[in-house]
Design a protein around this ligand. Structure first.
Ligand code: FAS
Ligand code: PHB
Length: 404
């Protein structure tokens, strides 16, 4: 049994949360010689058990390489040069690679990204505390911020220069900010996604996003032998309402005949329902506290942006900390929130656009019901026959260029 790393009582950056944001930030800072401690409320097994994103932008791939954890991703990940849109009984390929001058996406599950980052953290010997309970932030507006937490029944205190709030949508960091200092923007969608994981071969070489009168469907994958599929479902649905047989029948009913015919079905190894929302908190910096990833923003998963936005925040924040500790310059720190939010809002727009285009909206106000579905079909018909429109979709899907 290796001796656990003693947890210091002082560090340079205290990172709250060991999801992709916290682990990636921790790894980049460690490689840059910046001391940091990661505090995670749950066990590593629990974190790894959450099945989430599956598509990485090149920016995210490059960051994982920079963090020194890209080897398995390049070995096991699938590079995709296109996606397919299914509507009105047919499938149309969007040639991402040609339309963006060569850019592609990497299909590699968030679970694997997290596992690679956890393994790197353990190998580095840098401190991480799992099952850190009752994390509290103190004096983050002062020059001497602190974090306190309980571990194995013992209350600990961690002094630091900065706190990185990487603790997700339900975390403690954003909740610690006085209401008058933060502005929240939110859209909750009137449906959810029921997702399953199954060890069967994918129905196609690339992802299929389907707009259908019965509702949205997505055929994604984790490898050539494991799929991740979704169907739009009611917010009133419970996972136990959906047997595997019902899921597969519903998925096939929402796809084009060719995909439905070639679909290989099998038992689910994971099944869960996720609500869909668009959410942004502004700003993303409060004194010495910086929010990153889902702690600051949420996108509906339609555009495959959630994990990639988290990586983009970490790219900006890690460089800001590196600049500070190298030259005591605060330009990056002072500009973090503005720069991160510019990218966040563009991803929010794209995710909202794709969600509005592909999902069935119950009749009600605005472009919903039968008229709304006709508008969607017209938009899709225009999109797949317009190079300009497909280029716009493609450059957003592969990830927009960074503002340095
Ligand atoms: P995370 O939520 O992943 O990590 C935050 C961590 O902080 C967690 O481990 C949590 O346990 C910990 N934490 C929380 N409170 C704490 C506290 N008080 N103290 C200490 N630790 C605390 N994105 C996509 O691109 N495609 C998808 O298909 C997709 N599906 C999703 C499905 C679901 C159900 C959810 C919730 C999200 C999904 N996302 C998807 C988005 C998801 O991938 C996030 O963008 C990604 O997990 C963001 O990573 P983090 O910012 O690290 O937040
Ligand atoms: C996934 O594989 O989980 C996935 C892929 C693309 C999306 C959303 C989820 O847009």
């Amino acid at each position: 049994m290796s001796t656990p790393t003693p947890i210091p009582h002082r560090t340079q950056v205290a990172i709250i949360g060991a999801g992709p944001s916290g682990l990636l930030l921790g790894q980049l800072l460690h490689k840059a010689g910046i001391d940091n401690v990661v505090l995670e409320a749950r066990s590593a097994e629990y974190v790894l058990g959450r099945i989430r994103a599956g598509v990485l932008e090149q920016v995210c791939v490059d960051l994982l390489d920079e963090a020194g954890v890209g080897e398995r991703m390049h070995r096991e990940g699938l590079v995709h040069g296109g996606i397919e849109l299914a509507f009105a009984g047919a499938r149309h390929r969007i040639d991402l690679q040609t339309l963006t001058g060569g850019k592609t996406v990497m299909v590699y599950g968030q679970t694997e990204v997290t596992r690679d980052l956890m393994d790197a953290r353990a190998a580095s010997g840098a401190p991480i505390v799992y099952e850190a309970a009752d994390v509290q932030l103190h004096d983050f507006d002062s020059a001497t911020p602190r974090v306190s937490y309980t571990h194995d029944g013992v209350r600990h205190e961690l002094a630091c220069d900065f706190i990185a709030g990487c603790d997700g949508f339900h975390g403690v960091c954003r909740a610690s900010i006085p209401k008058e200092r933060i502005q929240n923007f939110e859209r909750v969608y009137p449906f959810g996604w029921l997702g399953i994981l199954a060890d069967v071969p994918p129905v196609a070489d690339e992802l299929i996003y389907s707009n259908h009168a019965r509702g949205f469907a997505l055929c994604s994958m984790r490898s050539k032998s494991r799929v991740r599929h979704y169907v739009q479902c009611s917010l009133q649905d419970k996972v136990e309402d959906w047997s595997d047989a019902r899921f597969w029948d519903e998925l096939k009913s929402r796809l084009d005949p060719e995909a439905a015919e070639h679909m290989v079905t099998g038992p689910s190894i994971e099944k869960s329902i996720a609500p869909l929302r668009s959410f942004v908190a502004e700003p993303m910096r409060f004194g010495q506290l910086f929010l990153a990833g889902d702690a600051a923003h949420i996108v509906p998963p339609t555009g495959a942006k959630g994990l990639n936005l988290a990586a983009a925040d970490v790219r900006y924040l890690s460089r800001a900390f590196m600049e500070f500790y190298a030259d005591k310059r605060t330009a990056g720190i002072d500009d973090y929130s503005r720069k991160a939010l510019r990218r966040v809002w563009k991803a929010e727009r794209f995710s909202w656009y794709l969600t509005s285009l592909l999902h069935k909206f119950p009749a009600g106000a605005g472009d919903t019901g039968e008229f709304g579905h006709r508008m969607q079909t017209a938009e899709l018909d225009y999109l797949v026959h317009s190079t300009a429109a497909m280029t716009s979709l493609a450059e957003n899907y592969v990830g927009l260029p960074f503002e340095e």
